[in-house]
Design a protein around this ligand. Structure first.
Ligand code: M6R
Length: 365
């Protein structure tokens, strides 16, 4: 049931404050302001020397964001991998390593094969899945469920942000167990997480501005997405979302890689979407943006009030998002990224919920 929405994707984008809130309530104890996982982990994060995260598509990009969180908050080295590469590369795992798998459907063939491989290597297996009865859930040692509810649109939206919520909670729990985070740090981070649903709702109110922008984007043949830190995997997600439903070619790049190649593409015909909350790498991203502007590129900057005030560049459209704790921005910035892809696809007249050549669940490799 699409309720009053034109597409499932629109409904699912708008459901995010609610379902991310449900997911949060499953992983955070509001009274004590502590992360409280709904299951007992069969390992101690203190003993984990390495984590590998494996998934496909958008789930892989949620894992890529989580890599930054685990490394920053828990100081655990994380390898992020695409399931089809991981399984055939036969990546060495050590007994007792933690292997995390992320899948909305829990049925993705390559992710399942990667899970079976990791099990065979003696790793602890933990999966973040939306369908608790799925094969990946059944075969994993530990299951952390996302409470996104059924996701019908082929383009993953609410499953992605719920995956991020689970992974953020897990990273905080890991940091706490490993002594990298104090009680005070944890409280602060939990406060940041508790705010997310409200901030996502605020981000949804900028939809009319994005709808207008989408009309310009729909005239382009190529779009470049840039970001640094956790905004880098979100840039990849923005590009994936746009190409999958609007069929416009898009690429995501780490902003710092610009001058190692993609800057050659910049002209007035290729919009550049820059995802840059005012965080510790903001200034670096602004200098990349200046490089784009100097070459006649048209920039769409997604930032907050502080970022908008500091980034004084011509040919700039600014999308201003609410101020928030820097660590968890991807969950909120995902909203304009998804809306931009959605409205562009609507302008293009594509089959938004069932884009050509794609299946919701990829059960063959
Ligand atoms: O069900 P899964 O999360 O395992 O699916 C993984 C990918 O196939 C999926 O995220 C795909 O990339 C989406 N269509 C992206 O919007």
């Amino acid at each position: 049931d699409k309720a009053n929405y034109r597409h499932f994707m629109a409904k699912e984008i708008h459901e995010q404050p609610e379902v991310v809130g449900h997911t949060l309530a499953r992983y955070i104890d509001m009274a004590s302001e502590r992360v409280m996982l709904p299951v007992t982990l069969p390992f101690d994060f203190k003993d984990i020397q390495r984590v590998s995260i494996t998934a496909c598509g958008t789930a892989n990009l949620a894992g890529y964001v989580a890599k930054y969180w685990f490394e920053r908050l828990a100081r655990i080295p994380v390898e992020i991998d695409i399931a089809s590469e991981f399984r055939y590369r036969e990546a060495p795992l050590r007994k007792g390593d933690l292997a995390i798998f992320i899948s909305q459907s829990g049925e993705t063939a390559d992710t399942l094969a990667a899970l079976r491989y990791a099990k065979g290597e003696g790793a602890h297996t933990l999966s973040v899945v939306n369908v608790p009865t799925s094969t990946i859930a059944r075969e994993s040692e530990t299951v952390l469920q996302t409470l996104a509810g059924p996701e019908i649109g082929v383009a993953s939206t609410k499953a992605f942000t719920c995956q991020l919520m689970v992974l953020a909670s897990l990273a905080v729990a890991a940091g706490k167990t490993r002594g990298e985070l104090s009680d005070e740090d944890e409280t602060k981070l939990v406060h940041g997480l508790v705010e997310i649903p409200r901030l996502m709702a605020a981000a949804l109110t900028i939809e009319p501005q994005i709808e207008k922008l989408a009309r310009d984007i729909s005239k382009s043949k190529d779009v470049l997405y840039l970001g640094r830190g956790t905004s880098y995997p979100l840039a990849l997600e923005g590009a994936l979302k746009l190409k999958e439903i609007s069929y416009i070619h898009a690429e995501g790049y780490a902003a710092g890689e610009l001058k190692h190649g993609p800057i050659a593409l910049i002209d007035e015909n290729m919009p550049v979407v820059v995802i840059a909350p005012h965080d510790r790498v903001f200034e670096k991203t602004v200098s990349n943006m200046q490089e784009v502007a100097a070459r006649g590129g048209n920039i769409i900057l997604m930032t907050d009030a502080k970022g908008a005030a500091e980034a004084t560049i011509e040919s700039l459209v600014t999308i201003v998002l609410p101020d928030m704790a820097a660590t968890f921005t991807p969950m909120v910035y995902a909203v304009p990224v998804q809306l931009l892809a959605y409205h562009t696809a609507v302008v293009m007249g594509t089959d938004v919920d069932q884009p050509r050549n794609l299946a919701k669940s990829v059960t063959v490799e």
